[in-house]
Write a protein that binds this ligand. Structure first.
Ligand SMILES: Cc1ncc(COP(=O)(O)O)c(C=O)c1O
Length: 418
């Protein structure tokens, strides 16, 4: 099928999967360090999650959002408990795209303003409106942006858009938001939407202090801070939600992917006074599907019981150490290892040692295929397609991390040496 993304020269056609292992139709086994785009956080075919979904399916599988079901109410209560600050009321949909669009719509209804700020290198999804939020030209098909969205600078320290040094910059990229509002908008904005770590953008990790400044500026001009945790949420970065690393309370938070370990559901959560602004366009037929809600509750139960934030932090430190070792072995090709917890990116460049940071996507693609041959699946991303993305299930053990590192290093070495 032309045009269908298969990710490899020869697609990995999945026949079965369990935990962190995937088996293709030819019987080859892979260690999965991308987890269905950071989604199956408690592992493929998790028995507890599947049992919860099965049991709900036997009771009833659908009510539409018009009639609340027990699982949807229980999930809304659970999300209010585990999200930061005063976020209390959830609106359920089925994808991250819809969760982000709901957040923007809510911000417009609540503030009465229309213009929205998003980050360069940010990703919000594939609908027409979400594409306009995307700060990645390679993830847009529309010829021009809708006028009400402006992309502000991303906190991309490795390629600082202002050519400053992180130690002395005073987080000037965040202060630039005020400049953009003053020079390129009506002076009143509805919102700034931002990911704590830009996932599709190549795991660009905002420095401490960035969100404090960004949220303060956007609020000063009448807008809300919309935090997109679609990729970073649910223990991935070492905290239940990545914005907790920054001590900033979002006005609205969006989530999808790992919320139900792969069952389709997404949520937009906010404070009651903001939620009450959503006065129309409130129907989502599949939103809050009871089976997906039951799966989400079981997933969160596992995340909490197994203390997966702590595990992500511990194993993430081990994975990071291995990747930094690899960087010391191949200092020319690896420009930066970055991220938090088990969300780690490796940026590939032409020759870091010679000061040549030109993105080297062809080299990345060779390593990507070589890793697959050795039975390791990882992700890739970034505007230039030159960043490896490591995001395994969080229930892996130290032995899986070491195995992945060995396979990745062997793949890397085979491409450097010949
Ligand atoms: C940060 C972020 N927001 C939104 C989306 C869109 O989610 P979905 O693919 O479920 O529509 C994604 C998907 O990768 C994402 O990474």
């Amino acid at each position: 099928m032309p045009g269908v993304p298969v990710y490899y020269g020869e697609p990995v056609a999945v026949s079965s999967a369990e935990g962190a292992r995937v088996v293709d139709t030819a019987g080859k086994e892979y260690l999965d360090f991308f987890a269905g785009i950071l989604t199956v956080s408690v592992g493929h075919a998790n028995a507890e999650v599947n049992a919860a979904a099965r049991s709900q399916m036997e009771r009833f599988g659908h009510t539409a959002c018009l009639y609340p079901s027990e699982p949807v109410v229980a999930l809304a209560e659970k999300l209010a408990e585990i999200t930061p600050g005063r976020l209390e009321q959830s609106y359920f949909t089925t994808s991250g795209t819809e969760a982000d669009e709901t957040a923007v719509m809510l911000a417009q209804m609540h503030t009465g303003n229309t213009e929205v700020l998003a980050l360069r290198h940010g990703y919000s999804g594939r609908s027409m409106a979400a594409q306009n939020l995307n700060g990645l030209a390679n993830w847009r098909t529309t010829p021009s942006q809708v006028a009400s969205v402006k992309q502000v600078l991303a906190p991309y320290c490795y390629r600082c858009p202002l050519k400053l040094e992180p130690k002395t910059c005073g987080i000037a990229c965040a202060r630039d938001i005020e400049d953009v509002i003053q020079t390129s908008t009506s002076g009143k904005v509805a919102a700034l939407i931002a990911e704590p770590i830009q996932g599709v953008g190549g795991f660009i990790t905002a420095p401490k202090g960035y969100f404090e400044i960004a949220a303060e500026i956007v609020r000063k001009y009448g807008g809300l801070f919309l935090c997109d945790e679609v990729q970073t949420g649910f223990a991935r970065t070492g905290k239940m939600f990545a914005i907790e690393h920054h001590g900033v309370e979002p006005d609205v938070l969006t989530m999808a992917k790992a919320i139900a370990n792969g069952f389709p559901i997404a949520a937009t959560i906010t404070r009651p006074e903001i939620a009450s602004s959503l006065k129309k366009l409130t129907i989502s037929t599949f939103g809050g599907n009871p089976v997906s809600c039951a799966a989400a509750l079981a997933t969160i139960e596992v995340l909490q019981r197994e203390d997966l934030p702590a595990r992500a932090e511990r194993l993430g430190a081990e994975l990071r150490e291995g990747l930094l070792r690899l960087q010391r072995r191949f200092p020319s090709k690896i420009g930066e290892v970055r991220g938090l917890g088990l969300m780690l990116g490796v940026e590939i460049v032409r020759d870091e040692q010679a000061g040549d940071r030109t993105p080297d996507a062809p080299f990345l693609n060779r390593v990507f295929e070589a890793a697959k041959q050795r039975g390791l699946l990882v992700g890739k991303g970034g505007l230039y397609g030159n960043v490896f993305r490591f995001g395994p299930p969080l229930l892996i053990g130290s032995e899986d991390v070491q195995e992945a590192l060995q396979r990745f290093e062997a793949a890397f070495a085979s491409c450097v040496d010949g």
